[in-house]
Ligand binder design. Structure first.
Ligand SMILES: [Zn+2]
Length: 457
């Protein structure tokens, strides 16, 4: 298997962006809302712990090296204890920090940092201005900068992906979120198909989940079992968001070229991430297709399966995409909204009619955009809802169904919907996008041959 997997062309440099929220200086006199007091006492769920059973550091420690330098305000004069008969006491600022362990509450950790109960409530309130404390998890880290008397100057809660919630206590209390900007890395790779697209991608070090995107996009045009007999080549470009060495979120495909030998299929995804992609066959626009959910994992295919809730074997009338609650759901083809509402086990549903025969159905939605109603026209890629778990669902997922004359068909292989979604085939802009994408792919693959490129294998 010949393959190349390259990390090339960093487009945006990592930097720190911050949003700030200044709270009024008077809020500390308000009573702590009961909901917040509860949140401060909320215990994070125990997480599977690493093999190491090392006890957390209990003693105050030096500042973590990655904690940003302290900002204003300076030490207040009241913190300086000066008695003429005693040696002068230098105002000293203590920095205490450690990770939150399983089963601990924020309140317990703040108490250990030497803060008194009313101060702890103040700190919790300040942090809660920018962070839902019920989302506190073991592994999040707390850093408390305080005077020896236990008066906080700065409290930093480091949550996931390098994001920090910083509360600064001065004349006013200011809370802000410090989030590192991920850098976008563009990658390109090539794989030769021997048995299946999934295997070829996996063996080439290319995210194998792209096989789902490709099956969705090319279903109807290419029979992935019959047409791929081995020897076809697949060349892909995609982008990843990274903070340091960590990949944030899921990688997104930007270009795919599947060469079957006698036919070349190419797909260009838009840079704006709208999910609407153009599919070309031998350099001519074949169709425009929008995925119902971007970057989602195909968790269940069409056909007979053991039902996840009822446990018996039932026909699964659509495909399921597992995605976080709230993930946008898009119309896969232009049409007219034919139903908005609840339908038993489907939960909250939107149905779209594409012509007289074909209907798409989007189920288990958590929310539907205000104003979307029966009779509305939608374009491929229009927002029509958000992923949820309404109806009979084991977790947030989109159940996506394609019906032809009322009968559910396999969305990944039926091409009648694609026909309904056909767009003008001689769109000049679409052809420009194709030649741009081809040029970028060639450039990125060519960089593999230069010594300064990074090869990951
Ligand atoms: Zn389903």
């Amino acid at each position: 298997m010949k393959l190349r997997y390259l990390a090339v062309g960093i487009v945006t440099a990592g930097s720190v962006s911050a949003t700030a929220l200044a709270l009024s200086g008077t809020w500390t006199r308000d009573p702590v809302p009961p909901g917040l007091a509860e949140a401060a006492l909320w215990t994070p769920e125990a997480m599977p712990m690493p093999a190491s059973t090392e006890a957390p550091v209990l003693a105050p420690t030096l500042a973590r090296s990655d904690v940003a330098p302290m900002v204003s305000p300076p030490v207040l004069p009241s913190a300086v204890v000066v008695a003429p008969s005693l040696p002068r006491v230098e105002p000293s600022i203590r920095i205490w920090s450690r990770e939150i362990a399983a089963g601990e509450t924020l309140d317990e950790v703040l108490a250990e940092a030497g803060l008194a109960a009313p101060v702890r409530a103040e700190v919790a309130l300040a942090l809660a201005a920018e962070f839902d404390l019920r989302r506190l998890r073991p592994g999040h880290a707390l850093s408390v900068t305080a005077t020896p008397e236990g008066s906080p100057r700065r409290v930093v809660l480091e949550i996931d992906d390098g994001v920090r919630i910083e509360a600064v206590f001065g004349a006013k209390v200011a809370t802000r979120v410090l989030a590192p900007d991920p850098e976008t890395v563009h990658l390109a790779g090539e794989a030769r198909i021997e048995s299946s697209v999934f295997v070829a991608l996996d063996a080439s070090g290319i995210p194998a989940r792209f096989a789902v995107d490709l099956a969705q996009m090319l279903g109807g045009a290419v029979d992935f079992r019959r047409d791929l007999t081995g020897g076809e080549t697949l060349r892909l470009m995609w982008r990843e968001a990274r903070i340091g060495d960590d990949i944030v979120g899921q990688p997104d495909l930007t270009f795919a070229a599947l060469d079957l030998g006698d036919t070349l299929f190419e797909i260009v995804w838009p840079e704006d991430g709208s999910g609407r992609a153009t599919i070309y066959r031998d350099g001519v626009v074949l169709r425009v297709f929008a995925q119902p959910v971007e970057g989602a994992r195909l968790s269940s295919v069409f056909g007979r399966r053991t039902h996840p809730v009822y446990g018996d074997v039932r026909m699964h009338t659509g495909v399921d995409f597992a995605a976080a609650r709230g993930t946008p759901v898009y119309a896969t083809a232009p049409g007219r909204v034919s139903f908005v509402g609840s339908r038993g086990g489907y939960g909250r549903v939107v149905e779209i009619a594409h012509g007289s025969e074909t209907t798409t159905l989007y189920a288990h939605l958590s929310a539907i955009p205000d104003g979307l109603s029966q009779g509305d026209r939608v374009a491929a890629g229009d927002l029509i809802g958000h992923v949820g778990a309404t109806g009979t669902a084991t977790g947030p997922n989109l159940h996506y169904e394609v019906r032809v004359n009322g009968r559910p068909t396999d969305p990944l292989s039926d091409d009648r919907l694609a026909e309904a979604a056909d767009h003008a085939a001689d769109d000049a802009a679409a052809l420009d996008r194709l030649s741009d994408a081809r040029a970028r792919l060639e450039e990125r693959l060519a960089r593999a041959l230069t010594p300064d490129s990074t090869e990951r294998l």
